[in-house]
Design a protein around this ligand. Structure first.
Ligand code: ZN
Length: 227
């Protein structure tokens, strides 16, 4: 069984973990994928210099980093990209410029995550296109007529994020065995925080089970003596 739990390291001080959780929900990333947040301590990531200037990459598998694309520690501008994945290590990173919608950011994360399962996330207009069009037709997608008449134009239209979302769901149907697709895609569960769980203080009830036990032993002992 392949891992489906992703750790998020948030290096972007302009967004909270709950904002990122909102991106995931806005894109509708299926609940096959679960997300937990890790504190962004210094040794949890490294500068990947495949691109000049570098972008932050995790050092552990099944981990994705969110960083500000304008953070001077990195150089997203030079990459000409907003995301990168190392599929063999299951490590991913996305940049956040600040003007994206929540669904756009969630879709960007989703794209890099799919690369980490070796899914052809870049093949919307190439090897997967014909089958994807057929999928849109047979599922009665509202994007079918627009996409089939002008695939490139439709991808670059205002429907950009929505057609990507449809494509990623298609890829997951085709290549992954996700329980949620059999049950109907559910909502993302709430993400546990880094704070350790402290149960609320409950005052002990008077007359607890233990006290009752000794009371009954006393009563039985008294009866024994009387008999
Ligand atoms: Zn890609």
């Amino acid at each position: 069984m392949v891992n489906l739990v992703w750790t998020i390291i948030n290096l972007d001080s302009s967004v909270s973990d709950s904002t990122i959780q909102g991106w995931i929900a806005a894109a509708g990333i299926p609940s096959c994928f679960r997300f937990v947040f890790q504190s962004p301590f210094a040794n949890a990531w490294t500068l990947n210099t495949v691109y000049v200037g570098g972008v932050p990459m995790p050092i552990t598998p099944w981990t994705i980093i969110i960083s500000s694309a304008t953070d001077p520690r990195f150089n997203w501008a030079v990459t000409g990209a907003s995301g990168m994945a190392i599929p063999t290590l299951q490590q991913a990173t996305v940049g956040h410029w600040g003007n994206e919608s929540g669904s756009e950011m969630g879709t960007r994360m989703w794209h890099e995550i799919l690369h980490c399962y070796d899914l052809p996330a870049d093949s919307l207009q190439t090897s997967e296109r014909a089958e994807f069009i057929e999928y849109l037709r047979t599922t009665g997608s509202p994007h079918y007529s627009g996409f089939v008449s002008d695939p490139l134009g439709y991808e670059n239209s205002a429907n950009h994020t929505q057609i990507l979302i449809a494509f990623y769901i298609y890829l997951m149907h085709k290549y992954m065995e996700c329980e949620c697709f059999r049950l109907g895609c559910g909502e993302q569960p709430s993400v546990p925080s880094d704070e350790p769980y402290v149960p609320p203080y409950v005052p002990p009830e008077s007359g607890s089970g233990t006290d009752n036990k000794w009371l009954w032993i006393g009563v039985v002992g008294l009866l024994w003596i009387l008999l």
